[in-house]
Design a protein around this ligand. Sequence first.
Ligand SMILES: Cc1ncc(COP(=O)(O)O)c(C=O)c1O
Length: 370
Amino acid sequence: MASLDISITSLARPSVLTQPVYEPGKPIEDVARELGLDPATIIKLASNENPLGATPLGIAAAKAAAERMELYPDGGAVRLRARLAKHLGLAPEQVAVGNGSNEILELLGHVFLGPGDEAVMGERAFAVYKLVTLLFGAKVVEVPLVNHTHDLAAMRAAITPRTKLVFLPNPNNPTGTSNSAAEIVAFAESLPPHVVFVYDEAYAEYVENPADLRPLIAAGRKIICTRTFSKIYGLAGLRLGYGYASKELITLLNRVRQPFNINAIALAAGEAALDDTAWVTKSRAVNAAGLKQLAAGLARLGLEHIPSTGNFITVRVGEGAKVFAELQKRGVIIRPMASYAMPEWVRITVGDEAQNARCLRELAAVLGKK
Ligand SMILES: Cc1ncc(COP(=O)(O)O)c(C=O)c1O
């Protein structure tokens, strides 16, 4: 039985053993169990979800779809892609849907990245770019942010003949900062033809003057824009995102995805969500008011924050891990930022008015301020 002496771990590809693991925000139920709190009293402002909940049209469609869950979903996501294409003014063949926009990012790794390739990204950009790049054995090229904002000139300078992908989230998570539309268009136009530009618009619906890269896509630029139903539409639990690009690029993504990567409930909810423009308008307004409320409250507490264009705000609190732990004990879950090498900072998702007020109150108490 000598073969039993071989550990399962030793059989893994070596890169799996060094692959970093994404740290998600803690679920409410886990925190309640660990700290002996009533889940109903806990507020989660940790994962940039919509504090108002999910789009009502999406919920109704999801419930109806759940009645037919014995059937496989539409593997081509034909109706949702057609609806998204209409929403975007593009052809359905220019749209791919993913299990969260996270899956689209991973499919890009499948298609474009391997050992010897490089991917350029901001040093404190959304963590998944790095994880995907490492997963496919490619090299992570990180470019420091300036004023917590992506330095597009430095990112352009970091491109080499080996660069395959360049990631830019706008706004960035966790800093909440944006580059201007004009800067982004100029950056996209400056990229050499061997590079694919991944423009991550997870928070697009919150942004005032978003860059529109569709004309550049139409002109043949190698660009993919990614978006999600997880944020303003409030469908994070269903895992649904999408990417739009040239037909050629979308065809490549379709080659590497699972046959039924989107479940039937998510397909139905996504389609209905796009009709819920009232929900988007309301959510955007609540977020704008909440950002102001938090910024003013943080200023009153004498805390520095990074001005945000998203649905979250990043704040310098001193010992981020400690403040996170203390707030959690008081039933407010936020996100420590040590994994982004910002140990003095925490990220707070914008809640509704009452949640923001409670978060500020508890923060003041934890920091010993009035
Ligand atoms: C910048 C950014 N991109 C992508 C995602 C992934 O979102 P999802 O996979 O839920 O669509 C997130 C989630 O927080 C994000 O902040």
